[in-house]
Design a protein around this ligand. Structure first.
Ligand SMILES: Nc1ncnc2c1ncn2[C@@H]1O[C@H](COP(=O)(O)OP(=O)(O)OP(=O)(O)O)[C@@H](O)[C@H]1O
Length: 305
């Protein structure tokens, strides 16, 4: 379990992380989401002890970082996949990490196999593609078989096969009872991987929620109706104080009445309905609405000529 209390990191007067509280529980994948510059990497660096909080605390399994980087058998992390000496082979890189942590050679072979790099283990890491570097970084995180794992943007540079692989890896690590925190700025990717979400924007926590609850929160009771007589149906719905929009394809988008009541109303007025369904927000939509105010770097809107 990772636990942050009032966690804050300031650079001069700028608060990159601004008094956030959260728990990352074992046995599930927790997605850490937010726009560029939201404070995800800074938070992860503080969890790992690579950066000290300006104030507040963060603990891993109830313990505070004690001035040394967490040993690999406690916390494994993928932060910057390119942070490998370019002249070293994948094997040598992992072996030196292993040796510094009292981990045997056999485990190096195991993780190389697990991440699919066994056949290129003797090649220079400097010649690796971004996807291969990501795999090497992940191998480093797994080396000590730790109970807590942090992955910063792990699918960067991976092809669809690689993306699928990393999703299953995260899920199986969580299923083994480990604590897994994965950062991303892509909601669509997290939708397929995470059980729980922490959403951050401008250094503040915007949501700490199970995935379905986030969707529910932004769905706002929108109902779509297709009726044999859309105009007459719209009139009857408006008379019942609903807000109704008639789309060009004849669909009525209704706000302010639940689908059950709309069905009853249709029966009362003798309408034939072809479709009646509650529209839930997509996760992407929920995310954009949640973070809309906190996007730091946005392309300027096109100026009309
Ligand atoms: N060493 C530093 N000195 C000054 N400002 C910093 C430093 N490190 C980070 N920041 C600022 O803190 C904010 C948060 O950065 P951080 O890298 O944590 O964001 P992020 O959510 O990981 O973004 P991204 O998705 O782009 O990686 C940014 O505005 C960044 O410019």
């Amino acid at each position: 379990m990772i636990e942050a209390r009032e966690l804050t990191k300031t650079y001069g007067t700028f608060a990159a992380v601004n008094g956030i509280d959260f728990q990352v529980r074992p046995g599930q994948v927790t997605g850490f989401l937010g726009p560029n510059g939201a404070g995800k990497s800074t938070t992860m660096r503080m969890i790992l002890g690579l950066d000290l909080p300006t104030s507040g605390t963060v603990t891993v399994d109830g313990r505070r970082y004690q001035g040394k980087v967490w040993p690999l058998h406690e916390v494994g992390a993928l932060l910057d996949a390119r942070a490998v000496h370019p002249g070293r082979s994948a094997y040598d890189h992992l072996h030196s990490l292993a040796a510094a942590n009292g981990i045997g050679r056999r485990r190096v072979d195991e993780v190389l196999e697990e991440v699919g790099l066994a056949s290129v283990a003797r090649r220079r890491a400097g010649g690796f593609s971004l996807g291969m570097s990501q795999r090497l970084g992940i191998a480093g995180a797994l080396l000590g078989d730790p109970g807590t794992l942090l992955f910063d943007e792990p699918v960067n540079g991976l092809d669809p096969d690689g993306i699928h692989w990393i999703r299953s890896l995260m899920r199986s690590l969580a299923a083994e009872g480990r604590t897994v925190l994965v950062s991303s700025h892509l909601m669509s990717e997290m939708a397929l991987t995470a059980d729980h979400l922490l959403v951050i924007g401008r250094g503040r926590l915007l949501a700490d929620t199970a995935l379905p609850d986030l969707i529910e929160r932004f769905s706002a009771g929108r109902v779509e109706v297709r009726a044999a007589e859309p105009q007459r149906m719209a009139g009857d719905l408006r008379a019942a104080r609903a807000q109704v929009t008639l789309e060009p394809d004849g669909t009525l988008v209704v706000l302010g009445l639940r689908s059950r009541r709309i069905g009853e109303l249709a029966a009362e007025h003798g309408h034939v309905l072809h479709q009646l369904h509650d529209v839930s927000a997509s996760l992407e939509e929920a995310y954009f609405r949640l973070t809309g105010e906190s996007v730091e770097y946005r392309a300027p809107a096109a100026v009309a000529a």
